[in-house]
Write a protein that binds this ligand. Structure first.
Ligand code: M6R
Length: 608
């Protein structure tokens, strides 16, 4: 979603703003803009890419020591130059990430006072509101504080004013924002990647914080104006981790990083390490004690990871598991049980619905909370009693890949830890699972070698308008994940079904134009799945089967088989998702879509 960069420095900050925006492009956006102060306020906006904004800045030979910049993902108002940020009120400019829920009321009040709105955005209301506060106080920082106290909803904002050219103000509640402490200046941005070009020293702002940035200093206050100190962290994010290197797309890079991402995530059990609640934090044994059920809350791909985990936890730890879409759970009247372990899963740790669902669960008295997350300092991680940080490294492509497989690795450890605590895991079984987990990166590497064959399949796929994905058991969520990947980046309509459901409706869709992709591991459901595949074939449907070695599904006309290197027991879903990621990637390449930044989508969904 929207990205923010703010800079005030001794040098020209225009290149810093533009490079910061380039690094935030992955979050998803449809327009971009910036405002700088150099004697007067200059604003540039483009209803296109950051490159177009950079060209505008070049043409103007723009140079300044203070500025704010923004990539916009449209919420209020269509993507257009008029709605692009910054928004201006008098000599004051504002960029904003988030949604202001009471903006209509604020707007009506401001219009009554004579403010004229030129855009359809909620952000313009913030600009005018701050401007109106300046009528009562000469201090910009205080005006921003008073204005933000009236906002309901989520925001991260950057503000500068012509009349006050030696400081920029930033504030956050609900949307991510961090400060960068540089040698030659002070910065703020939506994530660290945008600031690595100038500094590794970062300060994570908390909800309600406001900060004043000057060239050589900064100060932070709480919403009531009380000064507060926040720790300075040294980011270990490597600049390489956010570079494409030899790859054509981030999604491709991230698919191929999975062996290393899994090895990093599973480092805890490398060598002689056994299964322990400690993997989830020092207090984990205490929090897990007496847990009678598990509730998983997540969105999108992370939700699919939770669905796989349900099969594992119920089968091995023998605890009942409910998996809920966060945006549904937060508004549903559910029956809380304090002995529930609430597990929230999120790559970004900033997903608004997941964060709200977590807060909702806590408000219902469920305090045993665990975050499985890829971003250590994210909002979700800061809200839970326990945390497991997947070590996938930054995931830039909008389509989630390595985050998913590392989430599954985390869930495998959780399953075994809960089983061990409940006396459901024998020493021999623990050892067997540990061997499989330690070998997982190598097993994934072997699956990646199937890419050339998958590429050929993708050629045939790309001309299709629809596709059906089938799976059974713990591979049903893998079919769902495959369908999500395909529609997300290739725009081919795809549905996933538990294969046994086929004849209860979706079979009516099957004809020669409907490719059917079957996730077909060599497990106890294989024979059942084979019968389902016969049902498809009998209706002329063309089958693409991802089978394990030994699955014995013969290739024939209309039945294409790709053999996975080995059957991988409980962890088989981790392997089976890889060819589906590759299939979507290559189908998207053939179709020529914007793989890393698919239309209408954002990487980090920080609004409801
Ligand atoms: O950051 P999160 O894991 O909380 O994000 C949840 C979903 O928005 C995300 O998984 C989305 O579905 C992906 N784009 C799918 O590839």
């Amino acid at each position: 979603m929207c990205g923010i960069v703010t800079a005030i420095a001794t040098n020209n900050i225009v290149p810093v703003l533009l490079e910061g925006l380039r690094k935030l492009e992955y979050r998803g956006y449809d327009s971009a803009g910036l405002a700088v102060l150099s004697g007067e306020l200059t604003r540039l906006r483009s209803a296109g890419r950051v490159a177009e904004l950079a060209a505008l800045a070049d043409a103007r030979q723009l140079s300044a020591n203070i500025g704010i910049a923004h990539t916009r993902w449209a919420t209020h108002g269509v993507p257009s130059e008029r709605n692009a940020h910054p928004h201006i009120s008098g000599g004051l400019a504002v960029v904003h990430n988030g949604i202001i829920e009471n903006f209509e009321a604020i707007k009506t009040g401001l219009q009554a006072r004579g403010y004229v709105f030129t855009s359809e955005t909620d952000t313009e209301a913030i600009a005018h509101l701050i401007h109106s506060k300046l009528q009562g106080t000469p201090d910009l920082f205080e005006a921003v504080r008073l204005a933000t106290n009236e906002l309901v909803g989520a925001y991260a904002i950057g503000v500068l004013a012509e009349a006050d050219p030696f400081r920029a103000i930033v504030a956050r509640r609900g949307s991510p924002l961090l400060l960068g402490v540089g040698e030659d200046g002070m910065y703020a941005a939506s994530d660290t990647a945008a600031l690595l070009q100038v500094t590794r020293k970062v300060v994570y702002l908390e909800d309600g914080d406001l900060a004043e940035l000057r060239r050589d200093s900064y100060r932070i206050v709480l919403a009531d104006g009380t000064p507060v100190e926040r720790e300075v962290h040294l980011s270990s994010l490597s600049a390489d981790a956010v570079e494409l290197g030899k790859f054509r797309h981030y999604m491709q890079k991230e698919i191929f990083e999975q062996p290393q991402a899994l090895a990093n995530t599973l480092e805890l059990i490398a060598g002689g390490g056994g299964i322990s609640p400690q993997h989830f934090g020092a207090r984990a044994a205490e929090v897990f004690e007496g847990v009678r059920r598990v509730l998983v809350l997540a969105c999108g791909t992370s939700y699919h990871a939770g669905l796989v985990a349900r099969y594992w936890i119920e089968a091995i730890a023998k605890l009942p598991v409910t998996v809920e879409i966060a945006s549904e759970y937060r508004y549903r009247e559910s029956v809380p049980d304090p002995d529930t372990l609430v597990v929230v899963i999120s790559q970004s740790g900033e997903t608004a619905d997941t964060l709200a669902a977590l807060k909702h669960a806590k408000s219902l008295g469920m305090e045993r909370t665990l975050a499985i997350c890829n971003v250590p300092e994210s909002a979700i991680v800061r809200e839970t009693a326990l945390r497991f940080i997947t070590r996938a490294g930054p995931e830039i492509g909008v389509a989630s890949t390595k985050a998913f497989t590392t989430q599954l690795a985390a869930f495998a450890l959780l399953t075994l830890a809960l089983a061990k605590l409940n006396g459901r895991l024998s020493a021999a079984d623990e050892e067997r699972h540990l061997v499989a987990l330690r070998h997982l990166p190598v097993a994934v590497q072997k699956v990646l070698e199937l890419e050339p064959e998958i590429e050929k399949w993708a050629q045939r796929f790309a001309s299709k308008e629809h596709a059906l994905f089938l799976g059974r058991g713990s591979h049903w969520p893998i079919a769902m994940e495959g369908a999500l990947k395909l529609k997300e980046i290739s725009y081919i309509h795809a549905e996933a079904y538990a294969a046994g459901e086929l004849k209860h409706g979706p079979l009516a869709l099957v004809d020669k134009d409907m490719p059917v992709i079957a996730v077909s591991p060599h497990d106890q459901l294989l024979e059942k799945l084979k019968s389902n595949l016969q049902e498809v074939r009998a209706r002329g449907g063309e089958l693409y089967v991802f089978a394990d070695a030994g699955s014995e599904i013969p290739e024939s006309e209309g039945v294409h088989i790709l053999h996975m290197p080995e059957h991988y027991g409980m962890l088989s879903p981790v392997l089976h998702v890889i060819p589906l990621q590759l299939l979507s990637y290559h189908a998207a390449l053939v179709k020529g879509t914007d793989v890393d930044k698919p239309r209408n989508l954002a990487k980090s969904v920080t609004v409801e």
